[in-house]
Design a protein around this ligand. Structure first.
Ligand code: ADP
Ligand code: MG
Length: 235
């Protein structure tokens, strides 16, 4: 459903070339060393960066020339997903209407998304008055109201502790099933990939080294670069 064919990109000394097929409806994790191009890969899919050559195709549609807004994609970052001067409800509603002019049906949609992420009681608070985990819930709720079939997550829960991360992964996993989303998540936590992802890709030096069902990837004996990255985490 997400296909990159010969997608080339360059940042200074790093030449990237991505060829990848992400199955529709899957939850795919991307792991690999810092500076390897994981965030750039997501940006190329979302349309924040434009390939030097090659094709990004989503549901058989070539994304060339489409702005991030025109693509069937929502993206959540590690932080800075919320507007500090808007309250939590407005931060969700802005995903429906950038000018915050919502019909009553749309207002009900924002309410429902906040309820689903458990933030209805805090809806009048500003982002500075809630926890980091709650701010990421707001970002998830906004992604939900945008109703885009693809959700890209760039180390979204890196600042949260293990228990809270699992809770957030469960939340994303439930929405994926409910809304049949395709989820692509960059993570530095191998255990998060093992917990939540059907497939895991290992990315290093601007290349996808392997994309396999998660248990297979972590059990692989033919990927020395992956073994070096994981260290003795598997033992
Ligand atoms: P990762 O997310 O795997 O850590 P990135 O995709 O952020 O890797 O970065 C890949 C490479 O591109 C790194 O060497 C990084 O320094 C470089 N890079 C990332 N963003 C920019 C940018 N906006 N301008 C110049 N170089 C960048
Ligand atoms: Mg990154």
């Amino acid at each position: 459903m997400i296909r990159l064919e010969g997608v080339r990109f360059r940042f200074e000394d790093l030449e990237m070339r991505f060829d990848i097929d992400v199955p529709a409806g899957s939850f795919t994790a991307i792991i690999g060393p810092s500076g390897g191009g994981k965030s750039t890969l997501l940006s190329l899919i979302a349309g924040f960066e434009i390939p030097l050559s090659g094709h990004v195709t989503i549901a058989d549609r070539d994304m060339a020339g489409l702005s991030p807004d025109q693509r069937p994609v929502s993206m959540i970052f590690q932080d800075n997903n919320v507007f500090a001067h808007l309250d939590l409800w407005q931060n969700v509603a802005i995903g429906i209407s950038p000018g915050l002019r919502l019909s009553s049906g749309q207002q009900a949609m924002a309410d429902e998304a906040l309820r689903q992420v458990g933030l209805m009681a805090l809806r009048h608070r500003k982002p500075g008055e809630v926890s980091g985990g709650e701010r990421q819930r707001v970002a998830i709720a906004r992604a939900l109201v945008r109703e885009k079939p693809i959700l890209l997550l760039d180390e979204p829960f890196a600042a949260l502790g293990p228990a809270l991360r699992r809770e957030m992964l469960d939340l994303v996993g439930n929405f994926r099933r409910e809304k049949q989303l395709t989820v692509l998540m960059v993570t530095h936590q191998p255990e998060d990939a093992r917990y939540a992802a059907d497939y895991t890709a290992f990315l290093e030096g601007g290349r996808i080294v392997a994309l396999r069902p998660t248990p297979e990837l972590f059990g692989a004996r033919d990927l020395p670069a992956l073994a070096a990255y994981l260290g003795d985490w598997r033992n």
